[in-house]
Design a binder for this molecule. Structure first.
Ligand code: ADP
Ligand code: ZN
Length: 727
């Protein structure tokens, strides 16, 4: 009989699988999805079993041994990862590894705990003698279980006191697996389902039907901001849980505030369901713990950011991708997968429905609906009091350029504050000012690694590169002309906040951007302060546009909207439309909101339709442009980025590939080579070649062909399939 062969995805930067003979003693225990140890060249590496088959093992080495007893991946997750590795042209072993938590093979931490022994001696001797002992005993009996370290710190209880309670049999000591719950400290209160509006009800009914059907279907829930999409998610997940299946909810990273997570926990944990939360703020230990609980089927619902798409749930009954238009679902480096697209695939493999939700769906999802590949469910009205806000465009073209805030906006801020309402100001640029300029000679400061201007951060007294984080202290004198006047030019959020403070000295002002939220818990604190009305004006980058429901906000102002509109990217209009519509939706959640958008191009269709909050018209116009140019979703792209030291070698490499590709005679377009919009990054020159095809097979064929080309030494090549950011 032919022997057993295991095809292994090795944890190394290699695209193909490697075959090993399974030694006789392991034949009974080896399984798909198991971690294994293998000889690789002269090294010992780890990998995952992707395929088991029988055949001749003459030339094959034997694998060393098994890393686990239970598989790390079930069949459907294994298939998903392998498919994604292939599709995104990423080494299959590394793709699998990135689906696992760091330290997956580290020892499971354990802690010593004390429990009630249920030993109750006679009435008169029923209490231990010392008061500290009695306190501790009482506490443990109430809490059912407490860790030794907790008791020691909480009660200041000496070791001997605890030991005595154990030796006298009041308490028993044991060791349990330690689970690090990042939410342990936040109390949650129960939350009842709301009676649904008729639109919510009909969406809910379609979804519930699909949940009962146990098969793949995809839905787009397009609901205006504040229409109550979350309530639909919650009630549909309740149906899933009733069926004994699991919910998987993806949210953009930034939405993982206590607000959304809190609503999920409040609804389900009180009912006895177990929720796991996965996001990038977790420590490795917390992430490993959550993963372990999911893998051993102790969890009913997972809510998490991008990488939660790989959560090892075994019985998914519904996958939800909230704010599906968000670009943060696409991983920007390494394994460049798009979690929304993988969600659709996972749903197919696991036979469960997939629900995408947004007020401003990605053009791709709307296109799928238009083509009948996805069901559209619509919520056209806000769920409770409050019409959509009134939006007005303020034409800046007549204004003097140094006047960053128009008079109208200033007046409306004043009026809003006078009414005791809150104001949100969006400026999608952090730092104090985008550059520092010598008043005498016009010198500016650039990053030596990236060749873009350095942003001035006043509070930190630094000039920073927003791409590579290069930092210097601004000089006192211009290094070119020795002039003494170096002026900050233009506005970033830091300066806007300062400006607001001087215009409205009585107002309480806060800022939300990457700089003010980098510390753990800082973002949550800002959200809490907004909710508690401890902030009158919140200034921030696009972060403020996302996932928040601040009932006190009556006015939203958008500054420098043109910066978003004028990005060198065919998706600029889509981005602007979506950002402006989303931020506008933060106004007047309880009625009567106002939105003012300052712009130099008030006639631009993206702004016009955002002001009218008219997605359908925006889509109708935008899709024609995409179709004419063959851009997604009417076409398919892959971006090949070359990088290395020195412009010439990099350019030459790219030219070499283009020449090679042209010989393939493919009907796909080959655009470039051209310098990347960020032509230098972290000291490396960057050149791109963009492939554009009218269908996927064509693009795939050309990429397969490209893969056989040998990249010259000293030059790096990364392939980005379905690129989102072409920097
Ligand atoms: P979206 O996610 O669509 O922007 P949310 O789910 O955040 O909207 O809902 C907006 C607000 O409407 C929330 O405060 C929510 O509690 C409330 N809401 C949702 N559904 C209902 C309903 N059926 N009845 C009353 N209020 C609702
Ligand atoms: Zn830089």
């Amino acid at each position: 009989m032919p022997e057993l062969i295991a095809d292994i995805a090795v944890f190394a930067p290699l695209r193909q699988l490697f075959s090993y003979r399974v030694p006789a003693e392991l034949c009974d225990s080896i399984l798909l999805g198991l971690g294994v140890q293998i000889p690789f060249g002269r090294r010992r590496l780890t990998g995952v079993v992707v395929k088991l088959r029988r055949g001749s093992t003459d030339k094959l080495k034997a694998l060393y041994g098994l890393q686990d007893e239970v598989p790390l991946f079930d069949q459907s997750l294994l298939e998903l990862c392998c498919w994604a590795a292939d599709y995104y042209r990423y080494p299959v072993g590394l793709a699998l590894r990135s689906a696992l938590p760091a330290g997956v093979w580290s020892a499971v931490p354990r802690v010593a705990v004390l429990k009630d022994s249920l030993y109750r001696p006679g009435e008169e001797t029923g209490q231990p003698r010392g008061s500290k002992q009695r306190e501790v005993l009482e506490f443990v009996r109430q809490a059912k279980e407490a860790s030794l370290s907790h008791l020691r710190s909480e009660f200041d209880a000496p070791h001997a006191v605890l030991e005595r309670l154990v030796s006298q049999q009041y308490l028993v000591k044991s060791e349990i697996e330690k689970l690090r719950d990042p939410f342990l400290s936040d109390p949650i209160s129960a939350d009842e389902p709301l009676p649904l509006t008729s639109e919510q009800q009909s969406a809910f009914e379609s979804l519930s039907k699909a949940v009962l059907d146990d098969s793949f279907t995809s839905f787009l829930l397009q609901g205006v901001t504040g229409s109550g999409k979350t309530e639909v998610y919650l009630q549909t997940i309740a149906e899933v849980l009733k069926q004994g299946r699991q919910g998987l909810v993806l949210v953009p990273e930034i939405a993982l505030t206590p607000q959304l997570v809190g609503r999920f926990r409040a609804r389900f944990e009180q009912a006895g369901y177990r929720i796991a939360v996965l996001h990038s703020g977790l420590s490795d230990g917390e992430r490993f713990d959550a993963w372990r609980q999911i893998a051993r089927d102790d969890i009913d619902s997972v809510i998490g950011a991008r990488s939660a798409i790989f959560a090892p749930l075994q019985r998914p009954g519904l996958i939800i991708v909230d704010e599906e238009h968000e670009s943060s679902y696409k991983q920007g480096e390494g394994f460049r997968y798009h979690a929304r697209d993988l969600a659709l695939l996972r749903g197919q493999k696991a036979d469960c429905p997939v629900l995408l939700g947004s007020a401003t769906p990605s053009l791709g999802s709307a296109y799928r609906c238009a083509n009948g590949q996805m069901h559209k469910l619509e919520l056209t009205r806000r769920a409770h009091a409050g019409d959509l806000p009134q939006v007005e465009l303020i034409d800046l073209s007549g204004q003097p350029p140094e006047q960053f805030i128009s008079e109208q906006l200033e007046q409306e801020i004043e009026a809003t504050l006078a009414e005791g309402k809150q104001v949100l100001l969006l400026l999608n640029r952090r730092g104090f000012s985008p550059f520092l300029l010598c008043a005498d000679c016009g010198q500016t400061f650039r990053c030596p690694n990236c060749e873009i201007t350095l942003t001035y951060h006043q509070h930190a007294r630094e000039l920073r590169c927003h791409y590579c984080d290069y930092r210097i202290t601004p000089p006192e004198q211009c290094p070119r002309c020795e002039g003494l006047q170096l002026d900050p030019e233009g506005f970033g959020t830091e300066r806007l906040a300062q400006e607001m403070a001087s215009l409205f000295p009585a107002a309480r002002i806060a800022r939300m951007d990457r700089d003010t939220t980098s510390r753990k818990g800082a973002h949550q604190k800002l959200v809490r302060q907004m909710m508690a009305r401890e902030v009158d004006i919140l200034v921030g980058t696009q972060m403020i546009a996302k996932g928040h429901d601040f009932p006190g906000v009556a006015l939203v102002g958008v500054l420098a909207s043109d910066a978003v509109l004028n990005l060198p990217d065919f998706r600029a209009a889509e981005r602007a439309f979506s950002l402006l519509t989303q931020v506008a939706g933060r106004a007047g959640r309880t009625g009567g909101g106002r939105v003012l958008i300052q712009t130099y191009s008030p006639d631009h269709y993206a702004l016009q339709f955002a002001a009218a909050q008219d997605y359908a018209s925006f889509y109708a116009q935008e899709i024609v442009f995409r179709q004419e140019l063959g851009y997604p979703p009417a076409g398919y792209l892959a971006n090949l980025v070359f990088s290395g030291i020195g412009d010439q070698p990099v350019l030459k490499a790219a030219e070499g590939l283009v020449e090679y590709l042209l010989a393939a005679g493919s009907s796909a377009e080959i655009l470039g080579p051209s310098p990347c919009p960020l032509a230098r990054l972290r000291g490396k020159s960057r050149v791109q070649v963009l492939l554009k095809a009218e269908n996927r097979p064509l693009l795939k064929a050309l990429l397969d062909y490209a893969e056989r080309w040998k990249v010259p030494a000293g030059v790096g090549l990364t392939v980005d399939v379905d690129p989102l950011d072409m920097f």
